[in-house]
Design a protein around this ligand. Structure first.
Ligand code: AMP
Ligand code: MG
Length: 427
């Protein structure tokens, strides 16, 4: 057998060439491939707005009414006709009717200097064109004294000024955030049409794995990937997790579990057993289930053995078992693909500008992802990032403390303090 340690570096396979287990492709290519094959699920649901938080709109919503529906007062004060307050003040106006929110104003303003006591949200009585703030008027019994000439339209919220009837309120693929739901509720919508939830299977493989709460035997470790991925998906109202628990490192058992998952899920995320070692059976099990793998190895660290493919119409993301590698590949490759399946119009992660507050030697040709915390800001206001941990793909602690994951591009040989970085906020 060849001993690779005895070979000169020039004799080893460079980062982006085919190796015995398939081609190593750049991270950007792998993540683009995963996104490209992730089609939105075809199921649709109609939900009460009270059940729709975080779900994704399946159709463009146009405003059903003008918002606000009628001209109304933005202040507690007095509605006046600006024509009554010409020339130079002060002016004395008699106060007529009083209109509060929810009430209807009666009659039409007549010339002659009558003001209407009006409260915030009350409809503007016909013929009035300005509202004076009560703080700017002096009240004397049933009169007010006004010193500032009013502007036409002041303190009046016009019908339709927020959004007009028929105008697009939200596009297909929008996430129903609390603020978007508020807009739809403001138009009287009780129901929304949304894309069905993505059924995401999760499966951990490894003979050494025990779940928290169980006793650890010799050589065993606790399964931390299961909760990491479940918890990440628990934040996504558009995902329904189907948990297949722990499967032993046996090809036949994995074939059964992956076959079952493919029948029940839109996507399946496995962790562990994704490399090419003798205890790694996930790729073989996927193939034995009739599946295909588009991505076999990625020039990224951590996470090189990540695999992406399909079994039938179920998207398969086979992630490596090391917790950091599982988390990074889930977040960077699988998660945007799942967001695309959920129908989100912008499924990609958002990258934030930052500046390095650390030094790091990285491997040329690989995209590296390092856990970072924000330790201050530079004089341009960019967050200064400090790297956590020592870059081990098995570390749980560094990621638990991280506020973000910085992405170090393949062409970067090293990072020095002051270098511009991009990071993905995870906390
Ligand atoms: P594997 O990808 O199966 O070669 O596993 C790589 C490393 O990750 C090994 O040290 C495993 O024990 C560990 N590992 C695998 N799965 C998990 C898991 N679900 N939780 C924590 N560690 C894991
Ligand atoms: Mg394993």
């Amino acid at each position: 057998m060849r001993n690779e340690a005895l070979l000169a570096p020039s004799q080893l396979a460079p980062a982006c060439e085919a190796g015995p287990e398939g081609e190593v492709i750049p991270f950007d290519v792998a993540s683009a491939k995963a996104l490209a094959v992730a089609a939105p699920v075809s199921r649709r649901e109609r939900l009460s707005i009270f059940e729709a938080t975080g779900r994704i709109l399946s159709a463009t919503v146009r405003s059903a009414i003008d918002l606000p529906p009628f001209d109304n007062s933005a202040m507690d004060g007095y509605a006046v006709r600006s024509a009554d307050l010409q020339g130079s003040g002060p002016w004395v106006l008699k106060v007529g009717q009083r209109v509060a929110a929810g009430e209807t104003a009666h009659g039409v303003a007549q010339p002659g200097g009558v003001a209407v006591r009006i409260l915030t949200g009350a409809p503007i009585p016909k013929g009035f064109d300005s509202v004076l703030m009560q703080e700017r008027c002096e009240r004397r019994d049933d009169h007010i004294i006004v010193t500032d000439a009013p502007r036409v339209g002041q303190n009046i919220r016009r019908a339709g000024e927020d959004i007009e009837s028929g105008q697009v309120a939200a596009e297909t693929g929008a996430e129903l955030t609390p603020q978007l739901l508020a807009l739809l509720a403001g138009q009287g919508r009780a129901y929304v049409d949304v894309i069905g939830k993505v059924r995401v299977g999760i499966l951990s493989t490894g003979n050494e794995l025990r779940d928290p709460g169980e006793a650890l035997g010799s050589g065993q470790i606790y399964n931390s990937n299961r909760i990491a991925i479940r918890a990440a998906l628990a934040r996504c109202a558009w995902a329904d997790v189907i948990d297949f628990g722990i499967v032993r490192d046996r090809r036949d058992l994995l074939v059964d579990a992956i076959g079952e998952a493919a029948g029940k899920c839109d996507a399946l995320i496995t962790t562990g057993g994704a490399s090419a070692g003798e205890e790694d059976h996930v790729a073989a099990a996927i193939t034995a289930c009739g599946g295909e793998l588009d991505v076999l190895k990625v020039a990224m660290r951590p996470g090189k053995p990540v695999k992406i493919g399909f079994v039938g119409s179920t998207l398969l993301a086979a992630l490596p078992g090391n917790p950091n590698a599982a988390f990074v590949t889930f977040r960077q490759i699988a998660f945007p693909a799942l967001r695309a399946m959920a129908g989100l119009a912008s499924p990609k992660l958002e990258w934030h500008p930052g500046v390095a507050g650390f030094s790091y030697e990285k491997r040329l040709g690989h995209t590296e992802f390092v856990p970072v915390e924000v330790v201050g800001s530079d004089n341009c206001g960019r967050p200064v990032l400090s790297m956590l941990g020592k870059g081990s793909s098995a570390s749980l602690r560094a990621m638990s403390l991280a506020q973000g994951i910085a992405r170090l591009p393949p062409g970067t040989p090293s990072v020095s303090p002051g270098d511009s970085l991009q990071f993905d906020r995870i906390a």
